[in-house]
Structure formats: C-alpha cells, structure tokens
Design a protein around this ligand. Structure first.
Ligand code: PLP
Length: 287
C-alpha cells in the first residue's frame, strides 16, 4: 500500500493527514475494537461504494457499534475526501472504532462516541510482471478467528500470515481450514478447472469480498458460469488457474503455489478474459 495522501477524514471533517491525533485510549488502538473498509476509486469515482457501506454497516451491527453517519452523509464525506486529494485512482480507507474510553475496560462504556478516520492512498496499476507472469502464493493454515466475515481492524492474524508468506517467497497466503479453502489473507480466491470457475460461498470463515461480486458480474458478462461451492485443497493443486481478488489488486493470476506451477505456470486464458472485462467494467462504472 502506498503512503497516505495529504488530506484525511477525522470525525466528520477533512483535515491535513499530519494533524490527525487519536487517543491511546481509543478502543481501536487498545482492542482492535472497530470496523474498516477499503474502497477502490477510479478517475475520482468510487467503485461499488454502496456495497462497501452495506458491509461496513453489517460489521458495525455485529460489533454493536452505532453507525455514526447516515448513508448520504458517508457518501458526501467520501467524495469530499477524494476531491481534497485531487481525485484520480486511489484507495479510500475508512475506519470506525467504538471510540475513546477513560481507561482499559473490556466492556465498553455506555454511549461511547465512535472515532471515524479515513485516508487515501494512490492505487498503483497492477505491476506488469504480475500480469505477465502471475504472482506466487503459499498455502497456510488459517490461524484467524471464527468470525472472518467481520471486517474488524484486529488484523494481527493476517499480519502474521503475510510475514510467513513473504518468508516463503510468496506474495499472498492462501488460507485453508483443514481440507477446505478459506480465502486469501487479504483476498478472495477463485479456481478454474476445465474452463469452470469456482469460489467458496459466504460464511463466517471468509470476508464477503466486494471484488468477488465484481468478478461474478464480470463472469456473467462473459457468460461464464461461476460455481459457488466449497473448494477442497486438492483442487488447488490440480487447478488450471488460480486467481486472487481484492479491492486494491483487482483480480490477479496465481501461477506458483508453494513453489509448484499452477496449470502451465503462466496466467491462464480464462483469467485473461476476466481481466479485460474487469477493465471494461471499471471504465463503465467508475472510469
Ligand atoms: N478477504 C480478506 C480476508 C480481505 O482482507 C480482503 C480485502 O482486504 C478480501 C477478502 C477482499 O475483499 P474486497 O474485495 O472487498 O477488497
């Protein structure tokens, strides 16, 4: 992720990023007690903003944190933040923590006022080598908690997994729970075999990825069926293609898994079609 851009959102106002000050007694800091979102923006226009707000709302409901703003206000604030940072292609990070307490009680104090922080970073186009050669992934056992559907800011599990993946020379960790594919450490995962694309269903084991929905629409547009079903680990090894998808990386081909070639060891033809259609969809919806 690139550096933060000069203007941020802090409790309802746009301020210089350098001037944001959050208390050490903020529960986001002490407990990871908060929800976040990352929204991709192309040409100054956010992609699927409402889907991101829906997921933010679901996370806040799950944590019993009152959403500080109505949807219309959120929308205004995100657009103000994008404009303050001169638009273009960027990612917008939004975080709502439960707020700042008087000390460090596990139980929240009654009627806390949530802390809202948002910043932007430049969204780099996918690296040419990632598109030409694909990326490497390592399979790792999913050590995270049992509510991975909540986009909680408590991310130490994925941090540990990313460090281990890097140690193994991989760009992403593909997480498994026993014999089943869970998801990437920060991505949804798709497998392709014999021209059919499959991805695991929504569950507490995985984040309801917005990019996964976008890829679903891309496949629809291409009239390619998408099988939403549990994926066995053996299918990863036998796949013709594996893709990861996320708001900051779009859909990327994984061509090496645990040091072995995936399919022919280069980005596959189904990914290529999906990638081109993804670019067209971006152009239509946000470009
Ligand atoms: N799964 C996890 C664990 C993630 O952290 C992410 C994104 O950060 C995703 C999936 C992809 O979600 P989205 O497509 O909404 O970015």
């Amino acid at each position: 992720m690139a550096d933060a851009l000069p203007h941020s959102l802090f409790n309802g106002i746009i301020v210089p990023t350098d001037e944001v000050r959050i208390s050490p007694f903020d529960r986001g800091f002490l407990f990871g007690d908060g929800i976040y979102e990352v929204v991709p923006v192309y040409g100054g226009k956010p992609l699927r903003l409402d889907a991101h707000f829906d997921r933010l709302q679901d996370g806040l409901v799950a944590l019993e944190i009152a959403n500080p703003y109505l949807r219309a206000r959120w929308t205004e604030l995100v657009h103000e933040l994008i404009a303050a940072n001169d638009g273009g292609d960027m990612g917008v990070y939004l975080e709502v923590s439960r707020g700042t307490g008087k000390g460090r009680d596990f139980l929240p104090e009654p009627e806390m006022r949530p802390t809202v922080f948002g910043f932007c970073f430049r969204l780099a186009a996918p690296k040419p080598e990632a598109l030409q050669q694909g990326i490497a992934a390592a399979t790792l056992e999913d050590i995270r908690w049992q509510r991975c559907d909540i986009k909680s800011v408590a991310l130490v599990g994925p941090v540990m997994l990313k460090i281990e993946a890097k140690r193994r020379g991989a760009d992403e960790a593909i997480l498994v729970r026993g014999e089943r594919l869970a998801e990437g450490s920060s991505s949804a995962v798709f497998v392709v075999k014999g021209g059919r694309v499959a991805t695991p269903p929504a569950s507490h084991e995985r984040l309801p990825s917005i990019t996964r929905l976008v890829v679903g629409d891309v496949l629809d547009a291409l009239k390619l069926p998408l099988d939403v079903r549990e994926v066995h680990c053996d299918e990863l090894l036998a796949a013709d293609e594996i893709w990861i998808a996320s708001s900051t990386r779009e859909a990327l081909p994984v061509t090496r898994l645990d040091g072995n070639a995936v399919g022919e060891g280069k980005p596959g033809p189904v990914w290529r079609r999906a990638f081109d259609e993804f670019q067209a969809l971006k152009q239509r919806e946000a470009g």
